[in-house]
Design a protein around this ligand. Sequence first.
Ligand code: TRP
Length: 397
Amino acid sequence: MEKENETKAEQVVNPWEVSAKGTGKIDYDKLIDQFGCQRLDKSFVDRVFRLTSRTPHIFLRRNVFFAHRDFNEILDAYERGEKFYLYTGRGPSSEALHLGHLVPFMFTKYLQEAFKVPLVIQLTDDEKCMWKNLTVEESKRLARENAKDIIACGFDISRTFIFSDFDYVGGAFYENMVKVAKCVTYNKVVGIFGFTGEDHIGKISFPPVQAVPSFPSSFPHLFSGKDKLRCLIPCAIDQDPYFRMTRDVAPRLGYNKPALIESLFFPALQGETGKMSASDANSAIYVTDSQKDIKYKVNKYAFSGGQDSVENHRKYGANLEVDIPFKYLSFFLDDDEELEHIRKEYGSGRMLTGEVKKRLIDVLTEIVERHRAARAAVTDEMVDAFMAVRPLPNMFN
Ligand code: TRP
């Protein structure tokens, strides 16, 4: 934990800030060392393929989920016939989600389907109320709105429980929060999260809220008598500090440490300078953007690694390391062969930026249109049904 402060000046990654000195580009290898997680190598992709008998998700094949903690243990247990549950979440700070927000949910939906396991989704309306200075009412409203976008990703209602902290915290969940809180000193949270004496105590007391969905006993209506059930958390790597803390205290409370599978940040249109900011509408593609918006944003803002003249481009090819259209395609163009083709042709200069952008516009438009249609079909009754505190009798079948 002490190490974090040393490297702070170079690159800062925590739930509230993602930034790097110089180019602004996050050094993910360094982050893995800094955080002490492990790299998710190709052998995991093969293993997931074998265990689930289906093509691993594009985010797994392309290493978008690139780091983990104890994912191998989840797979070992699964191979022995033991089940696990998934836990992910969202802080509802804005109405409109951008594509980066969907990444963990798309992936979680795949994991749920592939492994046939239950899932809990935490909406931290309390967190955003405290950090974004929203009113309680507004945070709760946003939580419900965001729940619709999450449901639109296609989660199976017979295996999914979505809850808002304002509604659900209490009972066994709260008991676990208190147990966690007793194990974590003030110095410790300062080390992990960088709180200062000026932060209000709401912030300092929040981490246990995000920690305890990792423990099955926080959900007696789902996992009663299954205290040893393992938990796997898919998330972007900026959430790691919460779960470092959680993993640290879990054994002292007699619980398993939750396992994690962690993603890169989805880059802004302007280039890789940390994670996309929800406050600059031109830095991201929103799920509410029209085809025209998408076309305009990609053509005008997507940072190109192509050369400044066609001649130079033909000669030197595009710099794919910095090229955003290609990066976005590597997140969302499912066809591996086509992506390989673009890598070769664009990288060698035979293909021009305009062509790659055109392909990207089509790919993104399709995803956004599909999402829009799915979200329009989500009713208030469905939100209530997903958020009802209820048993899920067939959640492992
Ligand atoms: N803190 C997260 C956010 O701001 C929300 C969250 C809660 C979360 N629990 C989680 C994210 C578990 C990933 C995994 O978006």
